[in-house]
Design a protein around this ligand. Structure first.
Ligand code: F6P
Length: 382
């Protein structure tokens, strides 16, 4: 089949580098004489026929601009659908109505699962491109947007250090990452955070937080930065033993995700940690004995981590992904997505790429985190 017109859509949370991918696609498409159409607001735009023409002459240096010119949404047409096959065919018919011969879908696991289902059930001409600041997509070493977000969080913690030092405070910094701790781990290590809590390793409040603060203040430290993923969560025994402000019942009342798991991200874990720390009279005494006031504050970095321009790495990765995605369209290799393997851009099946990725315990970052936390106070102990 000859491809004359391609559609591009961006779905899920926005992410620095989305426009870089779009520009990479447009460069290659223009060179190949193919028209580009933007489908607005992710899958919602395909259902509702929301499109714009994409003319490369009007988009100079698009790869340097943050966010997405195509807008985005979290619409998933397969959610709650009885027949996946039927939905897949409706979406393919929509593409046909719009005269679109092939589609490049840029998004995270949810957006790409739609692309995958379209290919599986309706043999659609779709290519995927992995996006998320969370970096939690299997099949690619890095997603674009991740390193920009790491830098923002790392800078924020560097900056918080000066006010923490001035007031001799404990800052609990909540970092995006619902399911995986890549953002917290990398930015925490980069900024030298004193405690790093991630979803993959549920924490023991007494051992991983209170004891570390106690050891640190006794070793002479007067301020502390705790980096926590929004999805970090205490071990069950610690929840029952150490927590006064939340319990298992609090967790049971939380809204659930698509798999029926409680959405821990709704807890506001940084505030809970501050509330719990404020109840620790023993810690207050320990601080006082060392001549330090015990004051805790929480800071939620939230959407500031997705904001602003992509860094150079993400601009280039985005452009490379865009170029590679358009190449796959030209080669007719549908049902696949682009990915970064080492420093090479490679193609993998969408069904593989949409799987989730987590930090594993054998990862060197785990050891680095634990040493970074421990050795600083141990090396200063008399
Ligand atoms: O893009 C992924 C993510 O950044 C998560 O880390 C975070 O929990 C979520 O998006 C927030 O999304 P929203 O924009 O819908 O609040």
């Amino acid at each position: 089949m000859t491809i004359k017109k391609i559609g591009i859509l961006t779905g899920g949370g926005d992410c620095p580098g989305l426009n870089s991918v779009i520009y990479g696609i447009m460069l290659k498409a223009y060179d190949a004489g193919i028209e580009c159409v933007g489908i607005l607001k992710g899958w919602k735009g395909l259902i509702e026929n929301l499109t714009i023409p994409l003319n490369i002459a009007e988009q100079d240096d698009l790869h340097t601009i943050g966010g997405t010119i195509l807008y985005t949404s979290r619409t998933n047409p397969f959610k709650g659908a009885e027949s996946k096959e039927k939905v897949a065919h409706v979406l393919v018919d929509k593409l046909e109505e719009l005269g679109i011969d092939a589609l490049i879908a840029i998004g995270g696991d949810d957006t790409l699962s739609v692309a995958d289902a379209m290919c599986k059930y309706a043999n659609a001409n779709v290519i995927g491109c992995p996006k998320t600041i969370d970096n939690d997509l299997a099949g690619t070493h890095y997603t674009f947007g991740f390193w920009s977000a790491v830098q923002l969080a790392s800078n924020a913690m560097d900056n918080l250090t000066t006010t923490a030092r001035s007031h001799q405070r404990v800052f609990v910094v909540e970092i995006m990452g619902r399911d995986a701790g890549f953002l917290t781990m990398y930015s925490g290590i980069s900024a030298g955070a004193d405690i790093i809590l991630i979803p993959e390793t549920p924490f023991d409040f007494e051992k991983d937080v209170v004891d570390v603060l106690r050891n640190r203040v006794n070793a002479g430290y007067t301020y502390h930065i705790i980096a926590t993923s929004e999805g970090a969560y205490p071990k069950n025994e610690s929840l029952e033993r150490d927590f006064k402000t939340i319990s298992k019942a609090t967790i049971a009342k939380l809204p659930k995700d698509a798999y029926g798991n409680p959405l821990l991200v709704k807890l506001n874990i940084s505030k809970i940690l501050v509330d719990e720390l404020n109840l620790r009279e023993d810690l207050k005494v320990e601080f006082k004995n060392n001549g330090v006031e015990f004051e805790c504050r929480s800071v939620v970095l939230g959407h500031t981590m997705r904001a602003g321009t992509p860094n150079s790495f993400d601009r280039i990765l985005g452009l490379r992904f865009g170029l590679a995605a358009m190449t796959l369209v030209l080669e007719g290799k549908f049902g696949n997505m682009v990915s970064l393997q080492g420093n090479k851009i490679e193609m993998i099946p969408l069904s593989e790429g949409v799987k989730k990725k987590y930090i594993t315990t054998d990862n060197d970052k785990m050891e680095l985190r634990d040493l970074l936390v421990k050795i600083r106070y141990l090396s200063k102990q008399k």
